[in-house]
Design a protein around this ligand. Structure first.
Ligand code: NI
Length: 161
């Protein structure tokens, strides 16, 4: 099982680099990430959340596990509010407004081009994971009041540990 990095770990704030070759190392990483995502449990996991600075994420929103290599959001539209949490900031969640629809492109594990027009929940998962790969945590998506409250809780946690 891979260790999921927690808030405060600098690896979560670094942008990842594109995967150049989808080889056995990547396949092994994806298998480990899927296993760790299910164990958490969560619906998505980005590579830098397990300390690997490569641009890929895994997710399962009920249709089985999938990995997207070198994902990018090329278009987004609308607005949708949804209560969002993160395995790297456990036990906390916030109502966050983000685009409702996104168009995600990337590669499958076979190296085929992937193009997904996602809406609502799926679109939210994609935006959250692509944010991770850009070094952005959901805390940066909070409004001022939410962020103030969140940092208070996280500071108290850090002092208690
Ligand atoms: Ni997350």
């Amino acid at each position: 099982m891979l260790t999921i990095r927690q808030y405060g770990d600098p690896v979560l704030k670094q942008a990842t680099k594109d995967v150049e070759e989808i080889d056995g190392t990547v396949a092994k990483l994806v298998d480990g990430m899927v296993e760790s995502m299910y164990a958490a449990p969560g619906v998505g996991l980005a590579a830098n959340q397990v300390g690997v600075q490569r641009r890929l994420f895994v997710y399962d929103i009920g249709d089985g596990p999938r990995a997207i290599i070198n994902p990018r959001i090329v278009e987004s539209s609308g607005e949708w509010t949804f209560e969002e949490g993160c395995l790297s900031v456990p036990g906390l969640s916030w109502e966050i407004v983000r685009p409702k629809q996104v168009h995600l492109v990337g590669l499958s594990m076979d190296g085929d081009e992937v193009s997904i027009e996602a809406d609502e929940y799926e679109a939210r998962v994609f935006q959250h994971e692509v944010d991770h790969l850009d070094g952005t945590l959901l805390l940066e998506r909070l409004n001022d009041d939410q962020r103030r409250e969140a940092l208070k809780i996280l500071r108290a946690r850090a002092l208690a540990s």
